[in-house]
Write a protein that binds this ligand. Structure first.
Ligand code: AMP
Length: 283
């Protein structure tokens, strides 16, 4: 496994590999790796000759400097996990390497119909920062295929649209959410929860499953279903709801009736930690 921290070095190496006709698979991450990330890497390995994993906590996508500073980091452990999975290249750039002029760019890329809702309307500038770093990483690595988790479903759809609009010759593959046995979606942020908060956080997925059952049992409305979810979440005093959104799963457009493929997205604070999850099902 090669660990590379400069753009020049990784470009040189990948140019050589591409000349040999190798198919490059890419998994971008912010590190503090867990089984969700590892699943993306495993899926990537299945279809690629060479797997590149990036570990980079992207300052441009944090609207809250404290959240950026408190984001968990453990490079040594991450590298060990990548090594165990036989990852070919880990790209570990510094902030200066990715943003030589600083992480605030003059270029603002927006996809309003996908960005102006859910996390986009609560984390100002977040998705602009995400596609900025993804765009730069795609230019550096030029993968044939890249993997994204559906835990961040809105991000997955935005990246797909971004790649289509800018004609990047890259296939984007979405991977289902990996969960703890309690149902809690794996997240690097879970490391910041104490045991009571971890217990409370299990209500997130529980509320989503209860919503699905409720929907299947009787005809209901979006308002009523939102209420059902809210009531489950608020059984814990440790949870503060940021949003509960019920949308069309295909394009995250507003729906007025519960039919076809439904997306329910939730963002909550458990104590100080912001967590998101979603559930997609057909009715
Ligand atoms: P992050 O390091 O949180 O930016 O995540 C890097 C990639 O891993 C993103 O594409 C995420 O959607 C994906 N990911 C994070 N958590 C999970 C999970 N529990 N299951 C599947 N994919 C995940």
């Amino acid at each position: 496994m090669k660990v590379i921290s400069t753009i020049n070095e990784i470009k040189d190496l990948l140019t050589e590999r591409k000349k040999e006709g190798k198919k490059i698979g890419f998994v971008p991450t912010m590190g503090y790796l867990h089984e969700g990330h590892l699943k993306l890497m495993e899926e990537c390995k299945k279809v690629s000759d060479l797997v590149v994993v990036s570990i980079f906590v992207n300052p441009a996508q944090f609207n809250d400097i404290q959240d950026y500073q408190k984001y968990p980091r453990n490079t040594e452990r991450d590298l060990k996990l990548c090594e165990e999975l036989n990852i070919d290249i880990v790209f570990l750039p510094s902030v200066e390497e990715i943003y030589p002029e600083g992480p605030i760019s003059t270029l603002k890329m927006r996809i309003p119909h996908l960005m102006d809702k859910l996390c986009g309307s609560h984390r100002h500038g977040h998705f602009e920062g995400v596609i900025m770093v993804i765009g730069r990483l795609f230019h550096v690595i030029q993968p044939n295929v890249a993997f994204f988790g559906k835990k961040d479903y809105q991000q997955y759809l935005i990246v797909k649209e971004f790649v289509k609009e800018l004609m990047f010759p890259i296939e984007i593959i979405g991977v289902d959410t990996v969960r703890e046995s309690s149902g809690l979606a794996k997240s690097s942020r879970n490391a910041r929860l104490n045991s009571e908060e971890l217990e409370a956080a299990t209500l997130i997925y529980r509320s989503l499953k209860i919503a699905e059952e409720y929907c299947r049992k009787k005809a209901t409305t979006i308002e009523e279903l939102t209420q059902v979810i809210q009531e489950v979440l608020l059984t814990s005093p440790l949870i503060r709801v940021e949003y509960i959104s019920i949308l069309n799963a295909r394009d995250l457009m507003e729906i007025f009736e519960l039919k076809e493929e439904i997306f329910i997205g939730i963002a909550v604070y458990v104590g100080e930690v912001r967590l998101i999850d979603n559930h997609i099902f057909k009715v």
